[in-house]
Design a protein around this ligand. Structure first.
Ligand SMILES: NC(=O)c1ccc[n+]([C@@H]2O[C@H](COP(=O)([O-])OP(=O)(O)OC[C@H]3O[C@@H](n4cnc5c(N)ncnc54)[C@H](O)[C@@H]3O)[C@@H](O)[C@H]2O)c1
Length: 297
């Protein structure tokens, strides 16, 4: 298969915007579509401010951010965005009906031979591949928070994905400077998300049922792992609405009551407390208390 050089992002929220930046940084020609005008730049600004406030040394050097941002061509029409792409990645909200609709559109609007991938955290591509009309070209390509330096990417095929499609995806991930984590047979949660998910589920359970304060769970995690952010801070960054949808996907799959996200999380979402993107989640932004040295005293 020819090398992937033209990439289209469908949905430029917290993850789609980062993937667009990475592809631009690698020299790909990048187009993006999002129904919300200014979504890409809005997300870019939020991530920029968040990483600056935390003093993070980003994956793309700061001096290249503006040029990468400007290299991502915004399209107001989905067809225009994807028509000449070698690879299209959708990063729309975690909803299987919506994703199937997007894959059906992409199957019609992307050029023949283009690879269609989902960045979904909890939906295996086998749940969308049929809608695309080209299951052999479908992949899960799952990023974490690459601009912060989490440069590992799960890659997993569906029921008909060819080895050429898989290899093209792996080569592209490497060309971005990321580490591909190949999943050999379908599993919910891929290589690493399974592990992160177990942590998330447990801390949501102990907080949501009133056993512990979320701050203590984060303090414990940071002291134990030497990380700068605990699981609740990480969930704020992901977006609490996204976390809720992902947890619901796991619950819908297992029907195990222990997998049901707590009501307290849903109440926060209904109050508009979505995490970093809304300025408040478990913590308040841009200066969350876990960045204060007194947090650990
Ligand atoms: N947030 C994370 O840390 C994270 C990590 C890995 C994977 N993911 C996955 O990435 C996907 C997106 O998550 P996110 O956090 O970026 O969500 P988000 O809510 O930040 O962004 C979603 C974007 O999709 C746009 N959108 C909605 N409907 C659309 C449509 N029909 N066509 C095109 N764009 C549309 C929205 O306007 C929004 O800009 C989800 O599948 C999620 O599981 C998220």
């Amino acid at each position: 298969m020819a090398k992937i050089e033209k990439v289209a992002l469908v949905g430029t929220g917290i993850l789609g915007a980062q993937i667009a930046m990475l592809a631009a940084n690698a020299g790909n020609k990048v187009k993006a579509f999002d129904p919300v005008p200014g979504a890409f730049v809005g997300t870019y600004n939020k991530i920029f401010a968040d990483l600056k406030a935390k003093g993070v040394n980003p994956f793309i050097p700061w001096e290249r951010w503006e040029s990468c941002r400007d290299a991502v061509k915004q399209e107001t029409d989905l067809g225009e965005a994807v028509k000449d792409a070698d690879l299209v990645i959708e990063a729309v909200p975690e909803n299987v009906e919506l994703k199937n609709k997007v894959f059906a559109d992409l199957g019609k609007k992307a050029k023949a031979g283009a690879i269609l991938a989902t960045n979904s955290s909890s939906l295996p591509i086998s749940k969308m591949e049929v809608s695309s009309g080209r299951p052999e070209k479908c992949l899960n390509i799952h990023f974490y928070f690459p601009l912060q330096g989490v440069n590992m990417v799960d890659i997993m095929g569906g029921t008909k994905t060819t080895s050429e499609t898989m290899q093209a995806g792996i080569d592209w991930i490497k060309s971005l400077g990321c580490v591909p984590l190949k999943v050999n047979k379908e599993i919910l949660g891929f290589c690493f998300n399974n592990v992160w998910r177990a942590v998330k589920r447990q801390v949501l359970y102990t907080w949501g049922n009133g056993f512990v304060d979320f701050r203590d769970a984060d303090r414990a995690w940071c002291i134990f792992t030497k990380m700068k952010e605990g699981p609740f801070a990480l969930m704020d960054k992901v977006g609490l609405d996204v976390i809720y949808d992902i947890e619901m996907s796991y619950y819908n799959d297992s029907k195990d009551p222990k997998d049901m996200p707590p009501d307290a999380l849903l109440k926060m979402i209904k109050r508009g407390e979505l995490g970093v993107k809304s300025g408040k989640g478990f913590y308040k932004y841009p200066n969350p208390e876990f960045l204060d040295p007194n947090f650990f005293k």
